[in-house]
Each structure stands twice: as C-alpha cells, then as structure tokens.
Write a protein that binds this ligand. Structure first.
Ligand code: FHN
Length: 456
C-alpha cells in the first residue's frame, strides 16, 4: 500500500514537471503587503489575556495549581460544570475600557490584541452562537469587547481579537478537554467548528467595527480545509484584517513560539508574543515581573531583527491591570516618548555582527538548536539615511561602527541632540559616546549617513 502511494506520488511529480524543475520564487503578494503596512510600522502591541481564569488566579480549592494561569481548568482537570460556575462571579466593576486604551497609549503600544475566547471556551463578548459568554452568563452583563472596540475606535488604536479556534474545553466537540469529553479523535470536531467557532469568528468580524487582526492559536486538528474556512471568513468579511501565524495555514505574518526571539533578522513580517512575568492570565503568586530595561532591550532587539513585540498583561478579576506590570510598561512608554523614532517604522539592522554569533563548540540550546551566543551591548535600527544605535551598556572605549561604505555626516544623542564625535582610526569609524550614558537604561545615538541605505 505504502509502495503504491509512493509510486503514485512519483508519477504525479513527474507529470507536474518533476522535482528538478526550478520553481519560480513566489511573487510578493501586494494585497498582503498592503494589509501589513500598519503592522510593520507599529512594532509594539499590548496582548491582553482576560477571562474567567482571572478569578481563581492560579489557585483551585485552596491549592496553587502550577503552570500558566489561563490553563487552570486543564491543569486541575476542573469539570465543566464546576468551572463554568465562575461566570456567576464575573463582575469586574473596575473595568474601564477607555482607561485600558489610555494605558496602552501611555505605554507606547500601537495595537491591542485581547482574548475574545480562550481555550476555556468562555467568550468575552455577547454571542448568539453560545450562551457561555460575558453578556448572557454573568451578572456583569456588559459586552467587554464592545466597550473596548468603542474606546479603541475613539483613540485610533487598532484592535485585534485572539480566538482559540481549536481548543475549547467547554464544548463537547472542541479540542482539548479529555477529562469531561474523552479523546479528541472520538469527537465531532467539525460540529464544534460549524456550530461555535466559525459563527463566533463571524460575529467578531461583523459586530465590532474594523478588526485589525485575528490571533488564532494552538491549531490542533486544523486540516488545511478547516483552516481555509477561517481564512475565507476573515478575507470575505474584513479583507484588511490580518491573520496571525497560528491558524494552521499560512497567515499574513509569522508568529514565533511564546517568548521566543529569533537570533537573526527575519525577511517576512513576524511577531513574538511574550509574557511580562511567567503567565498570560493573572496569577496571584507570580510576582516575577520583567524590568523596564529588559522589556526595552527585547523591544529594540526584536525591531532590529524586523519583528513586532506583542507583550502581555493579565488583568485581575476586578478589571485592573496588575500595578507592577503597569509600572514597568509605563516606564518603557516614557522611554519611547523620547526614543520612539528608533523603534516605530524602523527597519532592521543592515549589519548583524552586533547580534552575536553561533557557538564555535557546536553546543546546542535547550530546544536542541545550535547555541547562539548573543551579544547585548547595542542594537541597530534604520530609517532612510539614518542609523539608530541603541546602547544598553556604557562602552568602555570609543564605540566602533560596523564597517560600511557610506560616509557619516554626523552623529548625535537622540534624547538631547548633543553631538557625538566621530573619529576615523585605521579605517574604523569610532563614536566617542559621552559618559555616563544620558539614559543608563538605553541611550540612542543617531548616525546620519550619505545615501538612504547602508552599503557594505
Ligand atoms: O495555550 C496558549 C496560551 O494559553 C497562551 O494563550 C499563548 C499565547 O501565545 N498561546 C498558547 C500557547 O502557545
């Protein structure tokens, strides 16, 4: 049987011209590039994981449940009937959509993506496709997404919806819940898709104004045909809406693994989704917040490699974003007010040697990939005729510019316009950066060059 199939595929390959025939490189898709224009400019977004899991906040029946907060139902194998009772307690009286959007703006974030329905199956919007939603199942009765969409529209903030298309632990035919409903391969998955997931995605794309993107996730059981049904829905209802990289088919951009920052520049549009502590949904015992310096480094590092940073907060059950995460993000926002020119709309580094190098010993990292020894002194971003060197450490000696053919016109500190002397020594251009750094967290030096792009 196997041999017949192999033979058949060889015949088909030969009929199609054979594997040796060089395929022309796929032409860039102009529609996709147009859709991506705002995303490439934005660089930095706010991810929000908010749902019923914010109520137990990592603890079930008095016991801490290890793992990420929004997975508590799965990790503690909470039966649907018990978990769904949380909806009766959902009353986030302090939720203020406009305050959230103002916060994102003050943090310097240029788009928001919120969980419209996570794996637990609970919808944060009024849905006719399932009564398990914030309007019909809770005393709160307010459509959280409607309020947020209104606030975003008022502020000109692009809003995207996370939607767990495959995992739904509340639906008997959704993927993932084997403690109530048995193994996935015994389920009528298409019944769930057609009865809940597809209608809900349609609701999101028809009732909430322009949707910037749909952030699908964990594409279990997503055959190409099933994924195509979602693609068709999005494209037909909102042709400008982006699709992330986790639908189960090629989206508009690549989504990296959670908290994964690639070591090199990526040619396609891409995004790193990341936590600010170790959970997405709120957990009361996770206080290990990233520092403003760490977030700033990661942001500039990602932009210098051509990507976007989608950084998460997990609001508490009362609707408040945990104050320590607010503090961190607002500090970064203040830095961006001064230094945003080096980030928003900036292109990746034309160099690369400042990023680091693969280990010469052939050692592997925890994922089994060749170990990359990253260097963290500075990162480079660009705009036509300009290089932005963001320094994270004070250089001990004058900083050598990576080699390029372009002449340097002048250099200065972005924060205060103070000139930076450029000397040439043995063919190398050296920047005499003043010490201490004007901002010890991250100081941007602008280098104006002859010509729009760097020539090496
Ligand atoms: O299982 C989810 C997880 O809860 C969270 O939503 C992240 C965000 O990228 N995505 C999945 C795991 O990769």
């Amino acid at each position: 049987m196997k041999n017949t199939r192999r033979l058949l595929s060889v015949v088909l390959l030969l009929l199609a011209g054979g594997p040796a025939t060089a395929q022309p490189a796929p032409a860039p898709d102009p529609t996709k590039e147009t859709r991506l224009a705002w995303f490439r400019e934005a660089k930095y977004g706010l991810f929000v994981h908010w749902g019923l899991y914010a109520i137990p906040a990592g603890e079930w029946k008095g016991k801490a449940v290890p793992g990420i907060g929004e997975w508590i139902m799965n990790r503690a194998k909470v039966p649907v009937r018990e978990y769904e009772a949380l909806a009766k307690q959902w009353n986030p009286v302090k939720f203020d959509a406009e305050a959230w959007v103002r916060f994102a703006q003050d943090a310097g974030m240029k788009y928001i993506v919120i969980t419209s329905k996570h794996h637990d199956g609970f919808a944060l919007f009024g849905s006719k496709a399932s009564p398990y939603n914030v309007v019909d199942a809770t005393p709160f009765k307010r459509d959280v997404l409607k309020e947020l969409a209104g606030a975003c529209a008022k502020a000109g903030m692009p809003l995207g919806f996370y939607y767990s298309q495959a995992q739904d632990w509340h639906d008997p035919n959704g993927a993932g819940n084997d403690w109530d409903f048995g193994p996935d391969d015994k389920k009528d998955f298409d019944r769930y898709l057609r009865g809940k997931a597809e209608p809900q995605v349609r609701e999101l794309l028809t009732g909430y104004g322009p949707v910037a993107l749909v952030w699908f996730d964990t594409p279990r059981l997503m055959t190409p045909e099933r994924a195509q049904r979602f693609t068709d829905l999005v494209r037909s209802l909102q042709p400008k809406c982006l699709i992330d990289g986790r639908l189960g088919a090629a989206g508009d951009y690549v989504s990296t693994g959670d908290n994964v920052i690639p070591s090199k520049v990526g040619a396609e549009a891409w995004e790193t989704p990341a936590t600010i502590n170790h959970t997405w949904g709120y957990k009361k015992d996770d206080h290990d917040w990233k520092s403003p310096g760490d977030v700033t480094f990661k942001l500039v590092d990602i932009v210098s490699k051509g990507g976007n940073y989608l950084l998460n907060v997990g609001p508490m059950a009362d609707g408040v974003i945990p104050p320590p995460s607010q503090d961190t993000l607002l500090t970064v926002g203040r830095w961006l007010k001064v230094n945003g020119e080096a980030v928003y709309g900036a292109s990746p580094t034309p160099f690369g040697e400042e990023l680091g190098e693969p280990s010469a010993t052939g050692a592997k990292d925890v994922r089994g990939n060749p170990l990359f020894l990253s260097r963290n002194e500075f990162r480079v971003t660009t705009k036509p005729g300009r290089l932005y060197l963001t320094l994270f450490q004070e250089p001990r000696a004058p900083l050598a510019l990576p080699a390029m053919k372009n002449a340097v016109k002048r250099a200065y500190q972005l924060a205060d316009g103070r000139p930076v002397e450029v000397k040439v020594e043995e063919g190398r251009r050296l920047l005499s950066v003043s010490r201490p750094l004007v901002d010890p967290m991250a100081t941007v030096i602008v280098v104006e060059i002859e010509g729009d792009t760097v020539e090496r």
